[in-house]
Design a protein around this ligand. Structure first.
Ligand code: NIG
Ligand code: FE
Length: 420
């Protein structure tokens, strides 16, 4: 078979194996295969061989058109997958930094009409083209930092028009640059000011008007809700998620972030693909997630940026058999970071996860959290040729260095899209 692109001589090619059908849990969360002096061969957009450089060259043919990338002294990973972002939004919120430093709590800023609601004003005021331009810029930053697929939530529109505008912008951003986006409808992200004090009436609009349109226009694959004190209760979250499930969407939740309401238990009850945040998840919630195979998408960059004292119990969840993924939660308020490399550092240091567990969390388990594990998330024959090459002598080095972009090259669908 003729290879169109080969990455060769890597210090390490690092990947999970045989986890296409279920995410990695328990001890397997930390199992990676390492090919030293490794190589990966690609034909068009698919991986056709992986192994040592010698093994790979024995399996494929090359000609003058084959792109050969020498990855000497470098580490090759599957393209990183960021399974929780709010990458399309209007404006920014640096003006809230002062309030935050004065000690005004996150939910208090929201209750005063700032926070998410300030981004809602900016997003409503933006045109679809403005949202697309900003979204492309952020996706290009993410790609340059090694992310090749990401989730993208709506949720800063909170009116039918503005939610549809956001999801249409997500679709355009997806098509306009190499990083792939998986869209999620988050109409239930906050109660907009027109419905202040009337969350149930707002949810009527979400369920009766927005959801049917989103489904009809095929604008989302998942539905999410911010289940939190002062935002949406467990009962209200159950209502919106059940309606979404009936319409064929997969389910996600912002669960048990600040106040332990029992979001994890609800995610398990409804068969959600993931429950995200989970700083204050209960033992019962952990047990139920393990039983139902709900993926914990932990967002430690948000914990860091909100200056919360306690991180989500990542180690405990792994030991309880919950599959763990990690994401940036990139958004204009609680986490204006879109670099998964920083998440590697924070997860190792504060969630007490090993570098191998973290790598699986931002590749294969993250791809399961987006329903894409048969195509992406590992370097295995037949999968999409998405890879990131880091200027690192081994994969531990990725957890050791921080604050520098270590990406050397990114390959997306078999094409070299970033070269530093
Ligand atoms: O995941 N928690 C709710 N939603 C986002 C924050 C949104 C914002 O502050 O703009 C989150 O942290
Ligand atoms: Fe979020």
């Amino acid at each position: 078979m003729k290879a169109t692109l080969i990455v060769k001589n890597a210090a390490q090619v690092v990947t999970s194996k045989d986890a296409l059908h279920a995410p990695l849990t328990g001890e397997r969360q930390g199992e990676v295969t390492v090919y030293e002096k490794g190589a990966v061969a690609v034909a068009d957009d698919k991986i056709v061989a992986v192994g040592t450089t010698e093994e790979v060259f024995a399996q494929v043919e090359t000609d003058s058109e084959t792109v050969i990338i020498d990855a000497r002294c470098k580490v090759v990973l599957p393209g990183l997958v960021d399974p929780h972002t709010h990458v399309v939004f209007g404006g920014s919120r640096e003006h809230e930094l002062a309030l935050k430093l004065e000690g005004v709590p996150y939910l208090e800023i929201l209750a005063r009409g700032g926070g998410i609601l300030s981004s809602v004003e900016a997003t409503r005021a933006a045109s679809e083209a403005d949202l697309v331009d900003a979204g492309i810029k952020y996706c290009r930053q993410m790609l340059a930092q090694g992310t090749t697929t990401a989730e993208a939530k709506s949720g800063y529109g909170l009116s039918t028009d503005a939610e549809i505008k956001t999801l249409q912008a997500v679709r355009q951003v997806d098509g306009a640059q190499p990083l792939d986006l998986v869209p999620t409808f988050l109409g239930a992200h906050a109660v907009p000011k027109e419905y202040k004090g009337e969350p149930d009436r707002y949810l009527d609009l979400v369920i009766e008007e927005m959801l049917p349109l989103v489904v009809e226009k095929k604008l989302a694959r998942y539905c999410d809700v911010f289940c939190e004190e002062g935002v949406f209760s467990v009962e209200q979250s159950r209502r919106v998620l059940s309606a979404a499930r009936d319409k064929g969407l997969g389910l996600k939740m912002h669960a048990d972030e600040i106040v332990p309401l029992g979001g994890a238990e609800l995610a398990a009850e409804l068969g959600a693909v993931s429950a995200d945040h989970l700083l204050v998840v209960s033992d019962k919630g952990i047990k139920r997630m393990a039983e139902e195979g709900v993926i914990a998408v932990i967002l430690p960059g948000t914990t860091f940026y909100l200056k919360e004292e306690h991180y989500a119990p990542g180690r405990k969840m792994i030991e309880a058999g919950v599959p763990v993924a990690l994401a940036t939660d990139f958004n204009p308020g609680s986490s204006p970071n879109n670099n998964l490399q920083l998440i590697i550092n924070i997860a190792c240091l504060y969630l007490r996860m090993t570098p191998a567990e973290v790598i699986n969390a931002i590749t294969i388990n993250a791809s399961h959290a987006l329903g894409r594990a048969s195509e992406i998330g590992s370097i295995e024959v037949g999968k999409n040729a998405d890879m990131v090459i880091f200027d690192a002598p081994n994969y531990d080095y990725l957890a050791y260095r921080y604050g520098t972009n270590l990406v050397s090259r990114v390959v997306k669908n078999g094409r070299l899209v970033v070269e530093v």
